[in-house]
Design a protein around this ligand. Structure first.
Ligand code: ARG
Length: 271
């Protein structure tokens, strides 16, 4: 793929320029300031920037890494975004927010795309466009090892935490319809929902198994059990409706799936 094909396409259309101009968040030297038709990357020392919104509480997809002494957001999604940026000729600027603010941020054009381990759902598809799927996971129950809580049907009469705005919150509400006395506590960050289980203020959390695994490794008193019967939860990139970037991103994702790059990143972050 030609490096800046994304922008030659995007910039050649006045409509796309208007879209770019609309996304101003933290975009001091990038979108909207290029005259149409000019090659954006590497000219006059300017590199095009796209704003990626995320909720960096979802290790290994995205999380704060303090190990270098500075606070950096890293992870599977970040590596994919940077690879796509390298291919299409843009720099990635990451904006961290609560998960339930991500779709509104796209709708308000405060971000160009969202990578947050996000699952495409019909509900979300009313408000945003999604890329092709690049990964999947399943739901799981996180509980104390001695609790005996491993199955969804055991959650009757129990207090359960979930992340606000997540599909796990939706799954909990579904379970609540048939499980008597199940109480749902929605919190903004996955660290908070697991902390509640640790302290015993709640009985269990519902979390994706790919993320639960890391929390359990860090907290040996906890366990997680995958909802075996359930279908897979897909992960894709979200964009504002009508975004000019979806096709180009899809091309690079396909390329990564074919050239082994995706496999390499899956190994790096999930094994
Ligand atoms: N896959 C789930 C969803 O789309 C959970 C994603 C949570 N992501 C995060 N970065 N906290 O609702």
């Amino acid at each position: 793929m030609k490096k800046s094909s994304l922008f030659s396409v995007a910039m050649s259309s006045l409509l796309a320029v208007a879209v770019l101009a609309g996304c101003g968040t933290g975009n001091p030297q990038g979108a909207g300031q290029q005259p149409a038709g000019q090659e954006p990357a590497g000219q006059a020392g300017e590199q095009k920037k796209l704003v990626m919104a995320t909720s960096a509480d979802f290790k290994p997809y995205e999380f704060h890494d303090l190990s270098s002494g500075k606070d950096e957001i890293v992870g599977f999604d970040v590596d994919i975004a940077k690879y796509i940026g390298k291919e299409l000729g843009f720099e990635v600027e990451i904006v961290d927010m609560n998960f339930d603010g991500l779709v509104p941020a796209l709708q308000a054009k405060r971000a160009d795309f969202v990578m947050a381990g996000m699952t495409p759902t019909p509900e979300r598809e009313k408000n945003v466009d999604f890329s092709i799927v690049y990964y999947d996971s399943k739901n799981s129950i996180v509980s104390k090892k001695d609790s005996g809580l491993t199955k969804p049907e055991q959650l009757a009469g129990k207090k359960v935490t979930v992340q606000t705005g997540s599909i796990q919150e939706g799954a909990a509400k579904e379970l609540q319809k048939t499980l008597q006395g199940m109480e749902i506590i929605s919190l903004n960050k996955t660290g908070e929902i697991v902390e509640e289980v640790k302290t015993g203020r709640v009985d269990a959390a519902i979390l994706e198994n790919t993320v639960a695994k890391g929390f359990i490794e860090a907290n040996p008193e906890l366990q997680f059990t995958t909802f075996e019967g359930d279908s897979k939860l897909n992960t894709a990139i979200a964009f504002p409706k009508g975004s000019p970037y979806v096709e180009d991103f899809n091309k690079v994702i396909k390329q990564m799936q074919e050239n082994g790059e995706m496999e390499k990143l899956i190994k790096k972050w999930f094994e």
